[in-house]
Design a protein. Structure first.
Length: 360
């Protein structure tokens, strides 16, 4: 019996020791996780566009307690033709946005809404019926808006060059800007690149164009799933993600969101450019003038800007120091908010982080 009691005491002591070690390991792992996911700070600015009365909404995310970044660690997002930047690039899905992801990799990350979108100045034409005015916010003016945001960021961080990332129409904005301002751009990322069109547009109904168009979330969902095989639609967008995006996007336009059903207004300048240029076989600019490393990202079910545009654009990048593209399987034009979004995030992050030079 004494031996049995002694053995029990040893066993209890050993178990207690294991609990202490397990607790220490758990604490250490939690500390490592905290270190791997730094706290982020969000700041907001209204930046003059250069045209009288136009202010641009710029959002910034960076690590708490840090204010110094080199230009190769700074990135600016711009949105596409219909929706504002913040409900795409800084939408919390499963606890994280794309802005968060890049900022947690040690970057100073910005987004901008061009005039007429999101929290930027909405011109007086948007307070009137759409058919009373001509389309506005064409690509040329959007390039000017991006230029104002780039110069604001460069001055704020004392950086000569920064990275640019555009989605959809935003690829034309960023591509055209870079072609004119290679000296201000470190690397260029074009997600779903726009180029000469030989198929029908999903955003242009062919009707007479007013100053802006109104978009319902039901039509947005239909457009989103265009081209997705019927048996793949159910699990493409994780539960609640579309609703989170739709609610945030509708809320970004308080005036139109009060309609029944709620709507979102989007300037028609981009649609007019589509008719007069991309849909008419004419390019707005020459990608051959881009002289910075360039990365193209695309998804196989993108019916808005199909794969043939990606391939044609890639061939035009004749003067980039190096170029690359990735095609993501089982994704649409909006793969940024779908089950395979991490393939997009990780491939873009690798391009941003790498330090390559020809003939190394």
């Amino acid at each position: 019996m004494p031996h049995h009691g002694f053995a029990s005491s040893i066993a209890r002591a050993f178990c207690a020791l294991l609990l202490v070690v397990a607790a220490a390991l758990a604490s250490g792992c939690a500390g490592m996780q905290a270190a791997a996911a730094p706290q982020l700070v969000m700041e907001e600015f209204m930046v003059p566009a250069g045209d009288p009365g136009i202010q641009l909404y710029v959002r910034n995310k960076h690590e708490a307690g840090r204010s110094s970044y080199s230009g190769d660690r700074i990135l600016l997002f711009v949105h596409g033709a219909t929706y504002p930047a913040e409900t795409a690039f800084d939408l919390q899905l499963n606890g994280m946005s794309w802005m968060d992801y890049i900022a947690r990799h040690g970057y100073d990350v910005y987004l901008v809404d061009v005039r007429g979108y999101g929290k930027s100045t909405r011109p007086p034409e948007m307070d009137q019926p759409a058919d009373r005015n001509e389309p506005f916010a064409r690509t040329a003016s959007a390039v000017k808006d991006v230029g104002a945001a780039v110069d604001f960021i460069r001055q704020r961080r004392n950086a000569a060059k920064i990275n640019l990332l555009g989605w959809s129409w935003g690829t034309s904005i960023m591509g055209w800007y870079t072609a004119q301002n290679n000296d201000k751009v470190h690397k260029l990322v074009l997600y779903a690149p726009q180029w000469i069109r030989n198929t029908a547009s999903l955003t242009d109904t062919g009707a007479k164009l007013g100053a802006y168009r109104s978009v319902s979330m039901a039509s947005a969902k239909q457009r989103w799933l265009t081209g997705v095989p019927a048996d793949k639609q159910a699990d493409l967008i994780p539960p609640g993600w579309f609703e989170a995006w739709a609610n945030a996007t509708i809320a970004s336009d308080p005036a139109a969101s009060r309609q029944d059903p709620p709507m979102l207004r989007a300037p028609n300048g981009v649609v007019l450019d589509g008719r007069e240029y991309w849909g008419a076989g004419k390019a707005l600019y020459d990608p051959g003038q881009i002289r910075v490393p360039t990365f193209l990202a695309h998804a196989e079910w993108d019916a808005d800007l199909p794969s043939y545009m990606l391939h044609a654009y890639f061939a035009k990048l004749s003067n980039a120091p190096y170029k690359r593209y990735v095609e993501i399987g089982e994704g649409t034009h909006t793969v940024i908010m779908e089950k395979n979004r991490m393939q997009l995030f990780q491939s873009v992050q690798q391009f941003l982080d790498e330090r390559l030079a020809p003939a190394q």
